[in-house]
Design a protein. Structure first.
Length: 133
């Protein structure tokens, strides 16, 4: 396990951007952690580093479930917080997303990990002692 500490949304985005430099087609990232802990900020930094147009504001797809953005690699951004069962992961087209050569980032991904391939990177967000940590 590797630990990193950020103290602002800007630092979280920078950390994500550094990780995105290693992105390869088919990568799957599961973001887990408390509400408001930085999952969407991480995805914004990751997307920016992939070349997602800054005019495409990356927001959490809580109600739409899936947003896709064009960049160096396509970024598929999912929020599975509202899913009621693991079978719904296939209904979202996750297997196809992984085969299409983009990168897939799933907020609340730990909740659906049994329905996903075993080859993924899980990033867990926790609150620190300070307000923005």
């Amino acid at each position: 396990m590797i630990f990193a500490r950020t103290r602002s949304a800007t630092e979280t985005k920078a950390l994500a951007a550094a990780l995105a430099e290693l992105a390869r087609p088919g990568d799957l990232l599961l973001l887990a952690g408390d509400l408001g802990a930085g999952k969407t900020a991480f995805t914004q930094g990751y997307g920016a580093a992939l070349g997602v147009d800054v005019d495409d504001l990356i927001t959490s797809p809580t109600f739409t479930l899936v947003n896709s953005y064009e960049g160096r690699l396509e970024l598929n951004h999912l929020d599975v917080y509202r899913l009621e069962g693991l079978a719904e992961v296939a209904d979202l087209g996750v297997p196809e997303m992984l085969d299409d050569g983009g990168v897939t980032v799933i907020e609340w991904g730990d909740a659906v990990s049994p329905a996903l391939p075993a080859d993924y990177l899980e990033i867990r967000f926790t609150f620190g002692d300070d307000d923005d940590e």
